[in-house]
Design a protein. Sequence first.
Length: 173
Amino acid sequence: MDLDKLRALHSKGLGVTAIAKELGVTKGGVSKQLKKLSLAVVKNVVLESAQKVVRKNLTAIEQLQKINTAANDILNTLLKLIKGDKAALKDLEKHADFKLKDPRELALKACSEIRGQLSLQADLFDKMYNARYTAEFQEEVLTAIGEVKPDVRKRIIQRLKERGALRSTVSIL
């Protein structure tokens, strides 16, 4: 059965019966191949999603670090004001047009923001770890198979490539 043609017909929205007729095969054969293709697509989506998660999370973490630096600067300034630091009070006098709420209340809000950022950053690191772990696990399995039976490893890699289930998350040696 021509898997590329099967994919194309399925993508067009044809049902199992129509695909079977078009390819001259049984409905059971079409169903079986579609199930295999579905599993390959799920695996492929997981691997591609892992790459995207890592890229997006790196950008998000960089942005969070900028926000965190600003929040910490604000918190430090507020703490200086609360302690009565003369330089901080003098800086505040330069901006008499600012209407500042109670610095203690603002400091609590800054602390809350920083806690929220830390929680989000921990979630992002967790997602990145899981994405990397998936890629490392796949590579380790292929390496172990290659050590036992190099020809089997090559056949597995070839089949995964044919199904589109192996992407650049795994470096092929």
